[in-house]
Design a protein around this ligand. Structure first.
Ligand code: COA
Length: 334
């Protein structure tokens, strides 16, 4: 924590959107060689949502509109929009520009942030830093991904894992430094780039009929390799942020982990000495929605009355890059 700072950044509004169409595990039994039993026991996923028409900006817009409505904030009040995503509508303009126009945030600037499954964590830290600077009063941070747009539904190794969705935080300043974001530990290690990536479509392999023929526009993942580093990366950094802030497991109201695999989540909770009832989980309903997992957990638990002002939360993620990190915050909403 920076001792001399004047403002802390607190979450003051929440929004989310998941499309209606559900793909359950039985569906995948029909299209690839898998079983409901395998998917449940190896990942914790039971079903996921799919956006049939539209793009990531539509998911993000619906989450932003839900936030504005529930927080009773008008779009003109928003200063900055940050969209964390690996499935932008287009390379450019940024998805944040499309959301800005869709919601009528006439006074906002914004940008997209690419950090895969750590995207929301990185965007949250970035949004908080803008607020802590004293320059911006209302920053909207959205995690949104239409993972179905880059998923190969012939590949059983990846297709069962992902879903579509979006969720958002509104971040504002407070002079009460005992609330809001207290600390973050964030990391990247690009030496892991070939364990989880989309090979085609960028400047390395621009889209062509060859990249399409070779299926380079889909998620590629070496699941076993990623699993190993994800377990260690997420568990270690969550433990480190606890130690750095002198937190005992009983001090923590909730661990809010990225939802990629229930076994990775369990390993993290175990390392932190946190019981299962203090871990936010929604992977069974949505699968891995990349940037939307952490904020959607928070929205659902808050709306279910399970979060109260003063609760200490650890958010933790691991994703492609590699990217990973943890944030410690004290909840400020009643
Ligand atoms: N249904 C049935 N069998 C499947 C399957 C599926 N959907 N997907 C893979 N398998 C098979 C594999 O082919 C392999 O078979 P083999 O031993 O004959 O080669 C076997 O199951 C075991 O594969 P393995 O990769 O060891 O499984 P796993 O227990 O590691 O689970 C993942 C696979 C993808 C669920 C897991 O590795 C994982 O979650 N990885 C990390 C994901 C992640 O965190 N990503 C980062 C953030 S996005």
């Amino acid at each position: 924590m920076i001792k001399h700072k004047k403002y802390n950044a607190v979450v003051t509004g929440l929004g989310m959107y998941f499309p209606e169409k559900i793909l359950d595990n039985k569906y995948f039994e029909k299209i690839v060689e898998t079983s409901d039993e395998w998917i449940r026991t190896r990942t914790g996923i039971i079903e996921r949502r799919i956006l049939e028409n539209g793009a990531t900006s539509d998911l993000a817009t619906r989450a932003a509109q839900d936030l504005l409505q529930s927080a009773k904030v008008s779009p003109e009040e928003i200063d900055v929009i940050i969209v964390a995503t690996v499935t932008p509508d287009m390379f450019f303009p940024a998805t944040a520009c499309l959301v800005q126009d869709n919601i009528g945030a006439k006074n906002a600037w914004g940008f997209d942030l690419s950090a895969a499954c750590s995207g929301f964590l990185f965007a949250y830290q970035t949004g908080c830093a803008l607020v802590e600077s004293g320059k911006y009063k209302k920053v909207m941070v959205i995690g949104a991904d239409k993972m179905s747009s880059i998923t190969d539904y012939r590949d059983r190794n990846t297709c069962i894992l992902f879903g579509d969705g979006a969720a958002a935080f509104l971040i504002e300043p407070t002079e009460d430094l005992n609330l809001g974001l207290q600390d973050s530990l964030l990391k990247v290690d690009g030496s892991g780039r070939e364990a989880l990536y989309m090979k085609g479509g960028g400047s390395l392999n621009p889209a062509s009929h060859i990249t399409v023929e070779k299926n380079l526009h889909y998620i590629y993942q070496d699941g076993k390799a990623v699993f190993k580093v994800a377990v260690k990366g997420m568990a270690d950094i969550s433990y480190d942020i606890m130690k750095k802030n002198n937190l005992k497991s009983e001090d923590i109201a909730y661990l809010v982990p990225h939802q990629a695999n229930l076994r990775i989540i369990d390993a993290t909770a175990e390392r932190m000495g946190i019981s299962k009832d203090k871990v936010m989980i929604n992977i069974q309903k949505y699968g891995n929605t990349t940037a939307a997992t952490i904020p959607s957990c928070v929205v659902e638990y808050y709306r279910a009355g399970k979060l109260k002002k003063g609760d200490k939360l650890i958010l933790a993620a691991f994703g492609a890059g590699f990217t990973w990190g943890a944030s410690y915050l004290i909840w400020a909403m009643d």
